[in-house]
Write a protein that binds this ligand. Sequence first.
Ligand SMILES: [Zn+2]
Length: 437
Amino acid sequence: MKRMKETIPWKGKSKGRRWMAAALALTMAFVAAPVTAFAATQTTQEMQAEVLHHFNFLEGSGAGYQLQKKPNRVEAIVMLIHMRGEDKEVLNGTFQHPFTDVPAWAQKYVGYAYEKGLSSGVSDTLFGSQRECTQAQYLTFLLRTLGYDDRNGEFSWKEPYALAKAAGIIGSDLPLRRFSRGDMVGESYWALNAKTVHRQSETVTGAAVVSRSTLKTELIGKGVFTQQVYDDAMAVYNQGPKQVKAVYLTFDDGPSTRVTPQILDTLDAYGVPATFFVLGRMVDQNPQILRREYQEGHKIATHGYSHDYKHLYSSTANLLSDIQKGNAAIDKALGFPYNNRVFRFPGGSHKKSQAMKKAVTDAGFAYYDWNSSGQDAASASGSTASEIVNSTISTIWGDTGQVIVLLHDTNAKKTTAEALPQIIKYFRDHGYEFRTL
Ligand SMILES: [Zn+2]
């Protein structure tokens, strides 16, 4: 494998910068896996978000859809009204509601939903705007939009999954553990193609008449969007996923009791996923924090068990058994076989022998280094938060649109946790998707 300083072009022209690049290359380890091997492309949910954006059903673009975030009740009710094709009524009318917790931009939508009986809030004075919308609630909204009625027993709002699956809105009737905006987008996308159900009150029997129409066709009929707009959106969708810029936040050496929870809070607040290269011996100490990483949708990968270079790198057998021991600690903490296949060499792979690297891949593991570093492990006295932010940005190598950021989440790395919001903002502002390895 070539060294990265040879394979990744340095953008600067001056000799000074070239020299600096060479000097940096000597002090840092870089991405060992070929960058092209994981060129990131849009996920299905991101493509579906683009389709809904075409119809003005979804704000944002690029990294702005925030598909990993949990949807709140306001976002859900606004999406529902879009899906019902009732925006014109909302914007041309005046509607009142009794709630004190509704953001300004959503006043009319919540007023409309309240007056039309679409949603009654969580109390006499609260809509519950910031509360999470659950998958069951959203599916219930969608099924009602398609014409199904839970009040006459066609389904239960607590268990809408089987009917939602039969209607083609979801692929499995197993409820999701974590319902995200991306899931809301996906379910809305499929609902557009689902058949609508109409009841005609004048029918003698009162039986439901299943229409041959789909929700999408009805929205076109109502003038919400045209057939042409629909065809354009689907043409983009059918071209397949576009390549995207992606950033992979990685945290090594945890989980720790003080810093990891703070990092998890920040990741949750921004709705971004990360990869945790955990140490088995830390997992044994803090299994509850590992479980939290898992439950909040992050990727767990192994950094081995001991982080003891002398032991690890004295033989290939030692290295492999340390990796397996690291994986076993993860499985034990989670209580089921997680079957992790991702590894990071303690200290990085750059000075390790080809034989060791081959042994790792032969054992079925992919290993990743990094091409951006917060350098939060660099000095014993510790870096300040702004130094960590600056290092993360200034050490980004290559122009591939794929950035793997190295950070640490041991108890000593308080400033890493402090730096994280700024780091996330930087990548978000520069149009990166947040991915896991
Ligand atoms: Zn480490």
